[in-house]
Design a protein around this ligand. Structure first.
Ligand code: S3P
Length: 260
């Protein structure tokens, strides 16, 4: 039988090799991002990701410790995404735009694809106030809600590598734009009033649209806010008629261009 001391030596050697390989893998991720950026290639490759996952789970399926290995590789994949997004962005991405412009959907997709953190400003407010947005409006009025929104944004000052999904009225106050700009790039998502209505018509969670769920009202309010949104935005992405991966790829490419 082998001596315990020898087995320990083997373990140490394995750890060293794992460390070396992981370092190599992460640096390869960085190299790939630089290459894609230099050649203007797509950053998000959902099909490639699915293929690699399939190949890997086939290979792992034949091995001992299947469950453990799958868990580890899921973690490696997740952390590789973090390395990738750190290579891409040294700032947060703040999503702004009218209700129903797609902020939450884009935020969720970017979080999944880039392994970034995600904060939804409205969710923070709901947690702080311990009541839904519509109840905050009903009990205390819009001004009170806007104060909550401003405090929630101030409290994001220490966030890093984070996608910040803002409520549709968050940039109406100039101070919120100033605070967001300190460590974020601001991305405006737009959609036509018709698309917006289609996306929000069944929701009763948006007090601003209460009793005004129609294209005319949405159009009018959008026009009132349009210049505020545009002034706050570092980049603008139109979402009408595009799928989520296309929107997010366009967003990433526009941010890369902004830094270049
Ligand atoms: C608002 C938009 C809402 C929410 C609140 C006010 C607005 O967020 O913050 O109801 O003034 O446009 P969503 O844009 O996520 O719906």
């Amino acid at each position: 039988m082998r001596k315990l001391i020898e087995m320990r030596k083997d373990l140490d050697q394995c750890d060293q090799q794992i460390l070396e390989l992981l370092t190599k893998r992460f640096s390869c991720i960085g190299e790939m991002i630089d290459y894609k950026k230099a050649c203007g290639l797509p950053i998000l490759e959902p099909d490639q990701e699915a293929d690699r996952e399939k190949t890997l789970s086939q290979a792992i399926g034949k091995l001992s410790y299947k469950e453990e290995l799958l868990r580890i590789f899921r973690q490696i994949e997740e952390n590789s995404k973090c390395v990738q997004s750190r290579n891409l962005f040294h700032y947060n991405i703040a999503l702004i735009g009218f209700m129903g412009a797609g902020k939450s959907t884009v935020s969720q997709y970017l979080k999944d694809m880039l392994g970034m953190n995600e904060v939804d400003v409205d969710t923070r407010i709901v947690q702080d106030q311990k009541m839904p947005i519509k109840e905050i409006f009903a009990r205390y009025g819009e001004e009170y809600f806007r104060n909550c929104e401003s405090s929630a944004i101030v409290n994001l000052k220490d966030c890093r590598q984070t996608i910040i999904s803002c409520g549709g009225g968050a940039v109406i106050r100039e101070e919120n734009v100033v605070n967001l700009k300190k460590n974020s790039r601001i991305v405006l998502l737009t959609a036509s009033p018709e698309t917006i209505l289609e996306r929000v018509k069944d929701s009763d969670e948006r007090p601003i649209l209460n009793g005004n769920m129609n294209v005319e009202y949405i159009k009018e309010l959008m026009e009132k806010r349009a210049s505020i949104y545009r002034k706050a935005a570092d980049i603008i992405i139109e979402t009408d008629g595009k799928d989520i991966s296309g929107i997010c790829e366009e967003l990433i490419q526009a941010l890369i261009k902004l830094e270049a």
